[in-house]
Design a protein around this ligand. Structure first.
Ligand SMILES: NC(=O)c1ccc[n+]([C@@H]2O[C@H](COP(=O)([O-])OP(=O)(O)OC[C@H]3O[C@@H](n4cnc5c(N)ncnc54)[C@H](OP(=O)(O)O)[C@@H]3O)[C@@H](O)[C@H]2O)c1
Length: 294
């Protein structure tokens, strides 16, 4: 039987993920804080729910992809949220990047209502969301991962089980910390190369021929060369993830001096008013600090 699916949070990622579920033939009910953003999906046949609770009541499984812990608080714990609709057999999939602690609290309250929750943060950016090639990291009961994996694979190409609830959020935050370092390295390298009179293409050619090659470098390097700051993943959301990682590191008593320093570069970008731009735009901070004009 085709599951009745609900989707909450139709931003850059959610709108594309929900569109893929609709294409696969699921009866789909959607909700977004600003209902205007639901219009294209409704035009394709989705039903607009009045509240997250109504979405949950009309669905067997609800997928959520909102910006941050505050937004998840509103979606799950509010009076008209998902929580009061929890019932035997109901499933909730949390794709937002949040703290491991909030993922655990969410699973606890939904399980108390007879339902179950799977945390399933994603990687692959808006291109992966559109093409249906996202990688999911999952945390929760193994049986719930197995049950929901076919649904996840309608929006992505792989779902990797990480462990109990909280494990997937932790892996996701570590992943974004690694990307922070890669991006900073690329930006610093581009600025140094420019001052030394070396073409960025030459630098990228050597990087991609070397042992430290990654598809991430031509992806973000190309955007920087074009000065294309169109948002795939915003500076504000990356700063949110860096902060969540540092909070979790503090709980685990893990010093992360590198990440703590690099978060300030993102903070500087936000202070310039670039928080809504793509993370590649942190290049402008390094450029400015090196005394270069755009
Ligand atoms: N973009 C990426 O490449 C990427 C990759 C992996 C993971 N993620 C994660 O996926 C999540 C969504 O990212 P995105 O890029 O799609 O973000 P986005 O485009 O900024 O969309 C954010 C969504 O959250 C909603 N929202 C924000 N505050 C809310 C609140 N208080 N109550 C209810 N809804 C609220 C927004 O609603 P409105 O439309 O009403 O503002 C919108 O639907 C984030 O946790 C992000 O870290 C993103």
């Amino acid at each position: 039987m085709t599951a009745r699916v609900g989707f909450v949070g139709l931003g850059l990622m959610g709108s594309r993920m929900a569109a893929n579920l609709l294409k696969k033939g699921h009866p789909l009910t959607v909700w977004n804080r600003n209902p205007e953003r639901a219009r294209p999906l409704v035009a394709e046949g989705a039903v607009l729910g009045g509240t997250p609770r109504e979405v949950a009541e009309r669905s067997d499984v609800v997928v959520c992809c909102v910006s941050d812990p505050n937004a998840v608080g509103r979606v799950v714990f509010a009076e008209d949220g998902i929580r009061p609709a929890a019932r035997e057999g109901f499933r909730y999939v949390e794709c937002s990047t949040i703290s491991p602690g909030l993922a655990r609290r969410t699973a606890e309250v939904l399980r108390a209502g007879g339902a179950d929750a799977l945390e399933a943060p994603v990687t692959g950016s808006k291109v992966g969301a559109e093409k249906g090639t996202l990688i999911f990291m999952t945390g929760g009961r193994r049986a719930t991962h197995d049950e929901l994996e076919p649904l996840l694979l309608e929006m992505g190409s792989r779902a990797i089980y990480c462990g109990e609830t909280g494990a997937a959020s932790t892996v996701k935050l570590i992943g974004n910390s690694i990307i922070t370092f890669m991006l900073q390295g690329l930006c610093e390298g581009f600025v140094a190369a420019r001052k030394a009179g070396i073409a960025p293409e030459t630098l990228l050619e050597v990087v991609m021929a070397s042992g430290y090659a990654s598809p991430y470098f031509p992806f973000k390097g190309g955007a920087i060369q074009r000065r294309d700051w169109d948002t795939h993943f915003s500076i504000d959301l990356m700063h949110k993830d860096q902060t969540l990682m540092l909070e979790e590191a503090s709980r685990l008593q893990v010093p992360m001096p590198g990440l703590a320093a690099l978060r300030e570069v993102f903070q500087a970008a936000r202070a310039q008013g670039w928080g809504g731009e793509d993370i590649a735009a942190v290049y402008k901070v390094i450029e400015q600090q090196a005394g270069l004009k755009p």
